[in-house]
Design a protein around this ligand. Structure first.
Ligand SMILES: [Zn+2]
Length: 118
């Protein structure tokens, strides 16, 4: 797995090679610090009265045409709940009224699955 921190080698301001510090990188010349924080995303497990799960087909790469749960990135200033509502509306034009938090997982694996080709 390629991590974002591994792709930052040189300072974007002065082009000096960055030093790895404890949890971040730092430019020894201009002292600019680089933190590599997680990019929060949400996924929605939406079921109907028959316990069928709503899947969406990805429109773009990566994994174009693969089946996925509705979801996406949390935007700046949004709560997780607002992100769920926005992504579901954008992707399915549905609205959700009764949200239940199921849990969180670290982004270390690919969670998109390909059920069939079309
Ligand atoms: Zn620098």
């Amino acid at each position: 797995m390629i991590r974002q921190r591994d792709t930052y080698i040189y300072c974007t301001s002065c082009k000096t090679k960055l030093l790895q510090e404890d949890g971040y990188k730092q430019c020894p010349k201009c002292d600019k610090q680089y933190f590599f924080n997680a990019r929060p995303t949400i996924s929605l497990l939406l079921t109907n009265s028959k316990n069928e799960v709503l899947l969406t087909k990805r429109a773009r790469e990566p994994f174009k045409d693969w089946w996925d749960l509705p979801g996406g990135f949390v935007e700046e200033g949004e709560t997780l709940e607002q992100a769920v509502e926005r992504e579901l509306k954008e992707e399915t034009n549905l609205t959700v009224t009764d949200l239940k938090y199921l849990g969180s997982i670290p982004k270390t694996t690919i969670s998109t699955v390909k059920l069939s080709q079309s």
